[in-house]
Design a protein around this ligand. Structure first.
Ligand SMILES: C[S@@+](CC[C@H](N)C(=O)[O-])C[C@H]1O[C@@H](n2cnc3c(N)ncnc32)[C@H](O)[C@@H]1O
Length: 258
């Protein structure tokens, strides 16, 4: 049997169902490829389920998919994934391949950045268009920038996630990447003075959210990845009120201290 288990965005998000499965299967592979995981969080997950995980990289999950499926034919194997297991195509492919090979699959959904970042941005979920990833090689093509424009044409906000490989892209690089293509393509996606929402380490105790202008975000000390960014389309008056209230009263750390 194969288990695809979402861990949520921090050890505090581990569900009872996830904990039960991860502590009872024979082998647990931890996906260290599709998200940033702090060593101390990995240890906290391991403590919570009372075992150690085998670390799985891209080669183990993609090239090694057949091996994983064969293993799941013989014993109970779990793949533990930060966030929700079905937000990355890699895990959907493993799911499909397992079912095609008559391997039963059980999954556990998890709190995902796809909803958590939108919730924390203060904007309305139904007003978001497609999620866009800022690629590591952002200078090679403006397609990520054009995808934001496509959302904006439909008056939809954009959640931007950042590439993690070969190393996690940082907030300032991503903002500068957007400004770089704005200067060349001039589609009026983002300009200095526009209000955007930057978020870091959502779900963790050091989570940080900042509503501000592009230049204010460029000035912030963002700390360690992972990061997400929301580029709003036209704001509904209620959304505008929410953003300005967050900005005025609780800008910065996500959770009150103490
Ligand atoms: C491929 S997505 C991970 C999706 C994950 N399976 C999920 O469902 O949440 C990885 C990207 O999401 C964003 N991200 C992930 N976790 C985050 C967090 N805790 N805080 C802010 N951004 C995060 C970063 O841009 C990161 O590069």
């Amino acid at each position: 049997m194969l288990y695809l288990v979402g861990l949520g965005l921090s050890p505090d998000h581990l569900s009872e169902e996830a904990r039960r499965i991860l502590s009872s299967v024979e082998t647990v592979y931890l996906d260290t490829y599709t998200n940033v995981l702090r060593e101390e969080d990995i240890l906290a997950y391991e403590r919570a389920v009372g075992r150690t995980f085998l670390r799985a990289q891209r080669k183990d999950l993609e090239d090694g998919m057949k091996k994983l499926i064969d293993e799941a034919r013989r014993k109970d194997v779990a793949i533990a994934v930060s966030g929700d297991p079905f937000t990355a195509t890699t895990h959907v492919s493993i799911y499909v391949e397992a079912l095609r090979n008559d391997i039963p699959v059980q999954y556990v959904l998890g709190i995902s950045i796809h909803t958590a970042a939108i919730s924390l941005s203060g904007l309305q979920h139904y007003r978001f268009g497609s999620i866009v990833t800022v690629p590591y090689l952002w200078k090679e093509s403006p397609s990520f920038y054009e995808r934001i424009h496509r959302n904006m044409r439909n008056n939809l906000h954009t959640l931007l996630l950042f590439d993690l490989h070969p190393e996690p892209l940082d907030m300032k690089t991503a903002l500068n990447a957007l400004l770089y293509w704005e200067k060349r393509r001039r589609l009026r996606v983002i300009e200095l003075g526009d209000l955007v929402v930057g978020m870091a380490r959502i779900g963790r105790e050091d989570c940080f959210r900042f509503v501000g202008t592009v230049e204010e975000l460029l000035d912030v000390e963002w700390g360690d990845p992972p990061f997400s960014l929301v580029v709003p389309a036209e704001l509904h008056p209620f959304e505008e009120e929410t953003l300005y209230t967050i900005r005025r009263y609780v800008n910065g750390r996500c959770k009150p201290e103490g």
